[in-house]
Design a protein. Structure first.
Lengths: 437, 418
């Protein structure tokens, strides 16, 4: 029976090619616009570390007090040096790391090559196991390396390619800001988007990943200045990087890994810490800390650009209009064949048969619209690079799931749009149709 | 023409009428807001920075193994290195002038603070005006192409230097007219005293420039976008930026000459593809997202209008086909072609009219919703009115072809059996 309906549908669609083309175009464009913006939205709102995001937490400490809070009472979104060091010393989480962004120069060993600038982070050794960072060669460094301010470095495979031609470079030395560091690990491809461990400084997305990781205390001792945001509620009393470390300015990111059972205890610990500071006279206000898991933190920091959300909404609006349009056109198309329906019904076709026939027809229109939508989505995803910021456009990808979704959305939406016209068609009174003809 | 027969006919086509009206309403709501977004972005992108943007480029470079900027000795060494670079760049044949500068409008690397008329004001408190600082020297005005409207420019004798993170008094400054008007609404700002960043040391305003945008192009800088302050100080750090003005038409040649001459002064530095950038490129990068959003909204609007217009053509054609016989009867009873044409035009006007009334409500509702959830301002009335007129015009244009076909139905149709 289905093949009969298919034939009927094709014949009917062929009879009014203009109307059919109109519907297919509308659905194709509507679906393509939605899917293109969806691919961008999906890319920027995804969980960068889904298997672990529920155990990763970002603590915040209110070291500025009521005057420094944002209008919704939020404390600063980064830490000052004193608090970050205190939390690291107490070491209450399963794993934790304070970190700050650096941008040192690297001098290639080869003569004649010019120095280059790399971006990276100064972190603690626990950073690597905490975030399940994949290594190609070697590994991260130990807690004792942190303590002894060892001159060790972890580099990206990209930097390894540039400096050592991609060889297993563990044990070799790399000159960073004029000092020799021993390579202990080379990362595998790792460039999570958003760069969740330090969204405050990366702004969330960046095409280029970090190329170098150094031990936090080593970087401080080597006087490697921070290359990111520094926010102050008062001008530092002392000059230089040391002055920054002694100020209440915030510039350090912090992340802790907590098992589900340990979250409440850690929250109490943060409160207790702030209360201790209050008692010691440093804070003149009650504790106002925060502890958010990674997803809540990304949400709080508005990592998904609002433009992306607005474009998705507008594109969905477009799809809606296209569907309303399709409802109208299908209605016109189906009711035009009232006499045909009348004949079929008079010859004994049940309502269900009418339903099947017209839903099939709607489904074919949807499928054709979906195929057109596929092509247009391909064009759309390929050209977002022209429209969106590079860091974000690079994330939009065409994959099998997106293609299937495009087809599925097109067919389901069109069948839904066809329901009302089909209902109307099935209500056609055979007697009246036969009589009027 | 009486409306009654039209309304009576529409009552027979409830579903189709409602669908077209709904489609017009949704289209109006989306198009109004999308066009408003486009308008806002265009306005942002077109605001002048205050610079003479042609023949201007920026060098951002970093020294390797440079002395520490945290020691007095290191600061002196860094300053000597910077002066060496400046001297070498100023010698280049295609270069008109060069100024060291910590940032440039639209670069999105800012040093912001606040100025106050009272000494020792608390940061973030009331009475502070936010500002972005440009630390530069006596060639700043000519290099950036700023227009001095009052007072004087910096002289070589005004220029100090300091470590990047050092705190130092700022005896004089040049501010923008917008900042001057804010701080000193009465009379000229020249010669007046202000206090920067809660300091108790006075800063005297020696000059006022017509306009200079802050480096931040994002919306967080909107509230102080024209409040720039120029301080005659070279900042010494392991990196430095230089703004360079070239002779007309010699931009490319001057940019190509930079790397060799700087490497000759000191090869131990980072100078890569990103280091030498014409101002055009800085502007394009800063506004890329805005331009993209405008293009995207434009494409969506275009598709929407086409789809809706096509929908109207489709449904009206269907109605025309359905009423072939009735049209023939009317024509046989003496209706002119124009009457038939008008009939469909008025019918469309009624449907579109109902659609735009709902559409205006939806547009305002959508705008309010966007305002609460995203950075959006209230949509001005002219946008909505233009949208309404555009929708009605589009409806008329779309209905014209099927209506014309209807008017061409010959009276003889009435006599034929359907």
């Amino acid at each position: 029976m289905f093949s009969y309906y298919l034939e009927l549908a094709l014949r009917s669609l062929k009879r009014s090619p203009g109307l059919t083309a109109l519907m297919v175009l509308a659905i194709g464009f509507g679906v393509a616009a939605s899917m293109t913006t969806w691919s961008v939205f999906r890319a920027v709102s995804g969980d960068p570390i889904p298997w672990k995001s529920a155990q990763l937490f970002v603590p915040q400490i209110d070291n500025w007090g009521p005057n420094g809070r944002s209008s919704d009472g939020e404390p600063p979104n980064a830490m000052d040096y004193a608090d970050a060091m205190a939390l690291m010393r107490d070491h209450r989480a399963k794993r934790q790391s304070a970190m700050y962004q650096i941008s040192p120069s690297v001098v290639p060993a080869e003569a004649g090559k010019h120095p280059m600038n790399v971006s990276g982070h100064a972190v603690y050794g626990e950073f690597f196991p905490m975030l399940d960072v994949p290594f190609k060669y070697g590994s991260g460094w130990s807690a004792s390396d942190d303590e002894s301010r060892a001159l060790v470095a972890v580099i990206s495979s990209k930097l390894n390619q540039k400096l050592f031609g991609g060889a297993a470079s563990v044990g070799r030395s790399v000159n960073i800001e004029g000092k020799d560091y021993r390579v202990v690990g080379v990362l595998d491809d790792w460039n999570p988007q958003p760069r969740f461990y330090d969204v405050v400084n990366s702004g969330g997305f960046s095409v280029n990943g970090d190329d170098v990781f150094l031990p936090f205390l080593t970087a401080i001792q080597a006087d490697l200045p921070n290359d990111g945001n520094t926010n102050c509620n008062a001008v530092p009393k002392e000059s230089g990087f040391v002055g920054l470390q002694r100020s209440e300015c915030v510039w350090i990111a912090y992340m802790a890994e907590l098992d589900a059972g340990a979250v409440a205890a850690y929250r109490d610990y943060l409160d207790g810490y702030a209360r201790d500071q209050q008692r010691a006279g440093r804070f003149a206000w009650a504790p106002n800390g925060r502890l958010r898991d990674l997803r809540a933190w990304l949400d709080n920091q508005h990592v998904v650009p609002s433009d992306t959300k607005v474009s998705l909404l507008v594109a969905l609006g477009l799809l809606l209009v296209c569907l309303v349009n399709t409802v109208g056109l299908l209605l016109a198309k189906f009711l035009r064949r009232s006499s045909e329906i009348g004949v079929r019904r008079a010859l004994g076709a049940p309502r269900a048969a009418i339903y099947a026939q017209f839903i099939t027809e709607a489904g074919i229109v949807g499928l054709a619209g979906g195929v057109l939508g596929l092509l247009l989505t391909g064009v759309g995803v390929a050209s977002v690079g022209w429209v969106l910021p590079k860091d974000i456009a690079a994330l939009a990808r065409l994959d099998v799931s997106l293609l299937l979704l495009t087809l599925l959305v097109a067919v389901i939406a069109t069948v839904l749009a066809g329901l009302y016209p089909t209902f109307r068609a099935s209500r056609v009174q055979p007697a009246w149709q036969l009589k009027s003809n | 023409m009486k409306l009654h027969p039209i309304l009576a006919a529409l009552r027979k086509h409830k579903a189709g009428t409602v669908l077209i009206a709904l489609q017009i309403a949704l289209t109006l709501a989306i198009v109004c807001n999308a066009v408003f977004i486009i308008g806002q972005r265009i306005e942002r992108v077109n605001r002048p920075t205050g610079l003479d943007e042609s023949n201007l480029f920026l060098i951002s470079q970093q020294w390797v193994g440079a002395p520490s900027a945290d020691t007095p000795d290191g600061v002196e060494k860094l300053d000597a290195m910077q002066r060496e670079d400046l001297a070498a760049l100023r010698q280049l044949p295609d270069v008109v002038s060069v100024a060291p500068i910590n940032s440039i409008p639209l670069l999105n690397s800012s040093w912001t603070g606040s100025v106050s008329l009272k000494p020792g004001a608390q940061l973030g408190g009331k009475g502070n005006t936010r500002t972005a600082y440009y630390f530069t020297d006596e060639q700043a005005l000519s290099t950036l192409g700023l227009r001095l409207v009052a007072g004087r420019a910096f002289t070589a004798g005004d220029v100090q230097h300091q470590g990047f993170r050092d705190q130092r008094e700022r005896p004089i400054a040049i501010i923008t007219r917008q900042l001057a008007d804010k701080l000193f609404p009465q009379g000229s700002a020249v010669g007046k005293v202000m206090y920067t960043d809660g300091s108790s040391a006075p800063t005297t305003v020696v000059g006022v420039v017509e306009r200079l945008q802050i480096p931040a192009s994002g919306s967080w800088g909107n509230e102080f976008v024209w409040n720039s302050t120029l301080i005659p100080t070279r900042l010494d750090a392991n990196f430095a930026r230089y703004a360079v003005r070239t002779k007309p038409g010699r931009l490319d040649a001057a940019m190509r000459a930079v790397a060799p001459v700087l490497y000759k002064v000191n090869p131990l530095r980072v100078l890569d593809d990103d280091s030498v950038k014409p101002f055009d490129e800085i502007r394009a990068k800063a506004y890329r997202a805005d331009r993209g959003m405008a293009v995207l909204m434009g494409v969506v609007c275009l598709i929407l209008l086409c789809v809706t217009a096509a929908g109207i053509v489709g449904l009206t054609s269907f109605w025309v086909g359905q009423r072939h016989r009735q049209i023939g009867v009317r024509r046989a009873l003496g209706a002119r072609k124009a009457d038939i044409l008008h009939y469909f035009q008025i019918e469309n006007l009624l449907i579109a009219g109902a659609g735009v009334v709902i559409g205006v409500l939806l547009a305002v509702g959508l705008n309010l919703w966007l305002m609460t959830h995203y950075e959006m301002s209230r949509i001005p009335l002219p946008y909505v009115l233009t949208g309404v007129l555009a929708m009605l015009a589009m409806g008329q244009a779309a209905v014209f072809v099927p209506a014309r076909r209807a008017s061409n139905v010959p009276p003889v149709e009435a006599t034929r059996a359907a």
